[in-house]
Design a protein around this ligand. Structure first.
Ligand SMILES: [Zn+2]
Length: 265
Protein backbone atom coordinates (compact mmCIF):
# COMPACT_ATOMS: atom_id res chain seq x y z
CA UNK A 1 0.00 0.00 0.00
CA UNK A 2 2.79 2.34 0.98
CA UNK A 3 4.70 1.55 -2.25
CA UNK A 4 1.68 2.32 -4.48
CA UNK A 5 1.20 5.70 -2.78
CA UNK A 6 4.83 6.57 -3.41
CA UNK A 7 4.51 5.62 -7.11
CA UNK A 8 1.36 7.75 -7.49
CA UNK A 9 2.93 10.79 -5.87
CA UNK A 10 5.99 10.52 -8.09
CA UNK A 11 3.96 10.32 -11.33
CA UNK A 12 1.19 12.82 -10.53
CA UNK A 13 3.46 15.67 -9.46
CA UNK A 14 5.35 17.89 -11.86
CA UNK A 15 5.02 18.43 -15.64
CA UNK A 16 3.28 15.90 -17.90
CA UNK A 17 1.46 14.63 -14.83
CA UNK A 18 -1.72 13.27 -16.50
CA UNK A 19 0.12 11.05 -19.01
CA UNK A 20 2.34 9.62 -16.34
CA UNK A 21 -0.60 9.10 -13.98
CA UNK A 22 -2.41 6.98 -16.62
CA UNK A 23 0.77 4.95 -17.16
CA UNK A 24 1.16 4.38 -13.45
CA UNK A 25 -2.48 3.31 -13.13
CA UNK A 26 -2.02 0.80 -15.96
CA UNK A 27 1.05 -0.64 -14.27
CA UNK A 28 -0.77 -0.98 -10.92
CA UNK A 29 -3.86 -2.58 -12.52
CA UNK A 30 -1.60 -4.90 -14.55
CA UNK A 31 0.27 -6.04 -11.45
CA UNK A 32 -2.98 -6.55 -9.57
CA UNK A 33 -4.49 -8.76 -12.31
CA UNK A 34 -1.25 -10.80 -12.52
CA UNK A 35 -1.46 -11.35 -8.79
CA UNK A 36 -5.11 -12.38 -9.09
CA UNK A 37 -4.22 -14.84 -11.84
CA UNK A 38 -1.36 -16.45 -9.94
CA UNK A 39 -3.38 -16.73 -6.73
CA UNK A 40 -6.20 -18.40 -8.72
CA UNK A 41 -3.64 -20.86 -10.09
CA UNK A 42 -2.34 -21.40 -6.54
CA UNK A 43 -5.85 -22.19 -5.29
CA UNK A 44 -6.28 -24.72 -8.09
CA UNK A 45 -2.99 -26.40 -7.07
CA UNK A 46 -3.97 -26.39 -3.38
CA UNK A 47 -7.34 -27.93 -4.24
CA UNK A 48 -5.59 -30.85 -5.82
CA UNK A 49 -3.67 -31.46 -2.58
CA UNK A 50 -6.77 -31.67 -0.35
CA UNK A 51 -7.53 -35.40 -0.87
CA UNK A 52 -4.01 -36.37 0.26
CA UNK A 53 -4.16 -37.88 3.80
CA UNK A 54 -1.19 -37.08 6.04
CA UNK A 55 0.59 -40.16 7.48
CA UNK A 56 -0.55 -41.07 11.03
CA UNK A 57 1.78 -39.72 13.73
CA UNK A 58 4.32 -42.28 14.99
CA UNK A 59 3.47 -43.62 18.48
CA UNK A 60 5.50 -41.84 21.16
CA UNK A 61 8.71 -43.60 22.22
CA UNK A 62 8.71 -43.90 26.00
CA UNK A 63 11.59 -44.98 28.24
CA UNK A 64 11.27 -45.96 31.90
CA UNK A 65 14.14 -45.32 34.30
CA UNK A 66 13.91 -47.65 37.30
CA UNK A 67 16.11 -47.15 40.33
CA UNK A 68 16.44 -49.85 42.98
CA UNK A 69 17.69 -50.43 46.52
CA UNK A 70 17.35 -46.93 48.04
CA UNK A 71 16.74 -44.68 49.77
CA UNK A 72 20.48 -44.21 50.29
CA UNK A 73 21.83 -41.23 52.24
CA UNK A 74 24.37 -39.95 49.68
CA UNK A 75 23.32 -41.16 46.24
CA UNK A 76 19.52 -40.94 46.27
CA UNK A 77 19.53 -37.14 46.82
CA UNK A 78 22.09 -36.84 43.99
CA UNK A 79 19.93 -38.94 41.66
CA UNK A 80 16.91 -36.80 42.59
CA UNK A 81 18.89 -33.68 41.76
CA UNK A 82 19.81 -35.00 38.29
CA UNK A 83 16.18 -35.95 37.58
CA UNK A 84 14.99 -32.53 38.77
CA UNK A 85 17.51 -30.82 36.49
CA UNK A 86 16.35 -32.85 33.48
CA UNK A 87 12.64 -32.69 34.47
CA UNK A 88 12.45 -36.46 34.16
CA UNK A 89 10.35 -38.78 36.34
CA UNK A 90 11.55 -42.24 37.35
CA UNK A 91 10.32 -45.30 39.22
CA UNK A 92 12.04 -46.07 42.55
CA UNK A 93 11.86 -49.60 43.97
CA UNK A 94 12.65 -48.96 47.61
CA UNK A 95 13.70 -51.44 50.31
CA UNK A 96 12.06 -51.27 53.73
CA UNK A 97 15.16 -51.55 55.91
CA UNK A 98 16.51 -48.40 54.22
CA UNK A 99 13.14 -46.62 54.18
CA UNK A 100 13.12 -47.09 57.94
CA UNK A 101 16.49 -45.28 58.21
CA UNK A 102 15.70 -42.49 55.69
CA UNK A 103 11.95 -41.84 55.63
CA UNK A 104 12.65 -38.19 54.69
CA UNK A 105 14.40 -39.28 51.47
CA UNK A 106 11.40 -41.44 50.54
CA UNK A 107 9.17 -38.41 51.15
CA UNK A 108 11.35 -36.20 48.94
CA UNK A 109 11.32 -38.84 46.20
CA UNK A 110 7.53 -39.04 46.36
CA UNK A 111 7.08 -35.25 46.52
CA UNK A 112 9.26 -34.89 43.41
CA UNK A 113 6.58 -36.83 41.52
CA UNK A 114 8.40 -40.13 41.13
CA UNK A 115 6.69 -43.50 41.31
CA UNK A 116 7.32 -45.60 44.40
CA UNK A 117 7.58 -49.37 43.97
CA UNK A 118 7.96 -52.11 46.59
CA UNK A 119 11.32 -53.94 46.57
CA UNK A 120 10.54 -55.91 49.79
CA UNK A 121 11.54 -55.02 53.33
CA UNK A 122 14.60 -57.21 53.79
CA UNK A 123 16.11 -57.72 50.30
CA UNK A 124 17.51 -61.01 51.69
CA UNK A 125 17.22 -63.75 49.09
CA UNK A 126 17.19 -66.65 51.60
CA UNK A 127 14.30 -65.07 53.49
CA UNK A 128 12.34 -64.14 50.37
CA UNK A 129 12.79 -67.21 48.19
CA UNK A 130 13.83 -70.03 50.57
CA UNK A 131 11.41 -72.94 50.66
CA UNK A 132 8.34 -73.84 48.66
CA UNK A 133 5.98 -71.37 50.37
CA UNK A 134 5.44 -67.88 48.90
CA UNK A 135 5.07 -66.48 52.43
CA UNK A 136 8.64 -65.21 52.75
CA UNK A 137 8.31 -62.92 49.74
CA UNK A 138 4.71 -61.94 50.41
CA UNK A 139 5.43 -61.21 54.09
CA UNK A 140 8.38 -58.94 53.29
CA UNK A 141 6.32 -57.20 50.62
CA UNK A 142 3.51 -56.53 53.11
CA UNK A 143 5.93 -55.30 55.81
CA UNK A 144 7.44 -52.79 53.36
CA UNK A 145 4.03 -51.79 52.03
CA UNK A 146 2.78 -50.92 55.53
CA UNK A 147 5.94 -48.93 56.22
CA UNK A 148 5.71 -46.97 52.94
CA UNK A 149 2.03 -46.30 53.59
CA UNK A 150 2.82 -44.96 57.07
CA UNK A 151 5.21 -42.39 55.52
CA UNK A 152 3.63 -41.26 52.24
CA UNK A 153 0.06 -42.53 52.68
CA UNK A 154 0.21 -44.62 49.50
CA UNK A 155 0.33 -48.40 49.08
CA UNK A 156 2.50 -49.27 46.08
CA UNK A 157 0.92 -51.33 43.33
CA UNK A 158 4.12 -52.35 41.62
CA UNK A 159 6.90 -54.57 42.91
CA UNK A 160 10.28 -55.74 41.70
CA UNK A 161 11.68 -58.91 43.23
CA UNK A 162 15.29 -58.47 44.41
CA UNK A 163 17.55 -60.22 41.89
CA UNK A 164 14.62 -60.56 39.46
CA UNK A 165 12.09 -63.37 39.23
CA UNK A 166 14.12 -65.79 37.08
CA UNK A 167 15.93 -68.27 39.29
CA UNK A 168 14.22 -66.84 42.41
CA UNK A 169 10.44 -67.21 41.96
CA UNK A 170 9.13 -70.75 42.21
CA UNK A 171 6.01 -71.86 40.33
CA UNK A 172 3.79 -70.87 43.27
CA UNK A 173 5.09 -67.29 43.37
CA UNK A 174 4.60 -66.90 39.62
CA UNK A 175 1.05 -68.14 40.11
CA UNK A 176 0.22 -66.12 43.24
CA UNK A 177 1.70 -62.72 42.39
CA UNK A 178 -0.85 -61.67 39.73
CA UNK A 179 -3.63 -62.32 42.31
CA UNK A 180 -2.14 -60.03 44.98
CA UNK A 181 -3.03 -56.75 43.25
CA UNK A 182 0.67 -56.12 42.62
CA UNK A 183 2.24 -55.88 39.22
CA UNK A 184 5.67 -57.51 39.03
CA UNK A 185 8.06 -55.30 37.10
CA UNK A 186 11.33 -56.64 35.74
CA UNK A 187 13.46 -54.83 33.14
CA UNK A 188 14.39 -54.88 29.46
CA UNK A 189 17.73 -53.07 29.74
CA UNK A 190 20.32 -53.72 32.46
CA UNK A 191 22.85 -50.95 33.10
CA UNK A 192 24.96 -53.53 34.95
CA UNK A 193 25.85 -50.95 37.60
CA UNK A 194 26.09 -53.54 40.41
CA UNK A 195 28.35 -55.91 38.48
CA UNK A 196 31.93 -56.19 39.70
CA UNK A 197 34.19 -53.71 37.88
CA UNK A 198 31.26 -51.63 36.59
CA UNK A 199 32.22 -48.08 35.58
CA UNK A 200 30.33 -45.12 34.18
CA UNK A 201 31.52 -46.14 30.71
CA UNK A 202 30.41 -49.79 31.00
CA UNK A 203 26.96 -48.64 32.17
CA UNK A 204 26.54 -46.21 29.28
CA UNK A 205 27.79 -48.84 26.82
CA UNK A 206 25.38 -51.47 28.20
CA UNK A 207 22.40 -49.13 27.91
CA UNK A 208 23.26 -47.98 24.38
CA UNK A 209 23.83 -51.52 23.07
CA UNK A 210 20.74 -53.02 24.74
CA UNK A 211 18.41 -50.18 23.71
CA UNK A 212 19.59 -50.60 20.10
CA UNK A 213 18.89 -54.36 20.30
CA UNK A 214 15.33 -54.08 21.70
CA UNK A 215 12.63 -55.67 19.54
CA UNK A 216 10.49 -52.99 17.84
CA UNK A 217 7.80 -51.65 20.19
CA UNK A 218 9.55 -52.85 23.36
CA UNK A 219 10.14 -49.89 25.67
CA UNK A 220 13.46 -49.54 27.49
CA UNK A 221 12.83 -50.32 31.18
CA UNK A 222 16.28 -49.55 32.50
CA UNK A 223 17.62 -51.18 35.67
CA UNK A 224 19.83 -48.94 37.81
CA UNK A 225 20.64 -48.58 41.51
CA UNK A 226 20.91 -45.42 43.62
CA UNK A 227 23.65 -47.03 45.68
CA UNK A 228 26.68 -46.28 43.47
CA UNK A 229 28.60 -43.09 42.71
CA UNK A 230 29.16 -44.17 39.08
CA UNK A 231 25.42 -44.53 38.50
CA UNK A 232 24.91 -40.88 39.45
CA UNK A 233 27.59 -39.87 36.91
CA UNK A 234 26.20 -42.11 34.17
CA UNK A 235 22.57 -41.04 34.65
CA UNK A 236 22.69 -37.68 32.78
CA UNK A 237 24.56 -39.30 29.87
CA UNK A 238 21.95 -42.08 29.71
CA UNK A 239 19.11 -39.52 29.75
CA UNK A 240 20.78 -37.49 26.99
CA UNK A 241 21.31 -40.64 24.93
CA UNK A 242 17.66 -41.68 25.22
CA UNK A 243 16.48 -38.16 24.35
CA UNK A 244 18.73 -38.19 21.27
CA UNK A 245 16.98 -41.42 20.22
CA UNK A 246 13.59 -39.69 20.43
CA UNK A 247 12.46 -41.08 23.78
CA UNK A 248 10.48 -39.24 26.40
CA UNK A 249 10.19 -40.53 29.96
CA UNK A 250 7.39 -41.85 32.11
CA UNK A 251 6.89 -43.90 35.28
CA UNK A 252 5.72 -47.49 35.54
CA UNK A 253 2.16 -47.96 36.78
CA UNK A 254 -0.08 -50.95 37.28
CA UNK A 255 -1.18 -50.70 33.63
CA UNK A 256 1.59 -48.83 31.81
CA UNK A 257 3.42 -49.92 29.82
CA UNK A 258 1.21 -52.81 28.70
CA UNK A 259 2.28 -56.30 29.71
CA UNK A 260 5.48 -57.53 28.13
CA UNK A 261 6.42 -61.18 27.94
CA UNK A 262 8.60 -62.06 30.95
CA UNK A 263 9.11 -58.40 32.00
CA UNK A 264 5.76 -57.21 33.37
CA UNK A 265 3.10 -59.47 34.87
ZN1 LIG B 1 17.63 -54.81 44.61
Amino acid sequence: MKDIQVVKMKFTSGRGGTKQFVLATLIVVGLWSMGAYTSAAGTALKDRRIPLVPPPPAPPKIAYLTIDDGPEATYTPQVLEVLRRYKVRATFFVVGYRVQTHPEILLNTYYDGHQIGNHTFSHRYAELYGGPSPDGYLGSLKQNEDLINSIIGIRPKITRPPGGAAGNFNATLYQVMPTTGYRTTLWTVNSGDTEPGATTQTMIGNVQAQVAALPPGTPPIILMHDTHADTVVALPVIIDFLKSQGYRFDVITKNQPPNLANALF
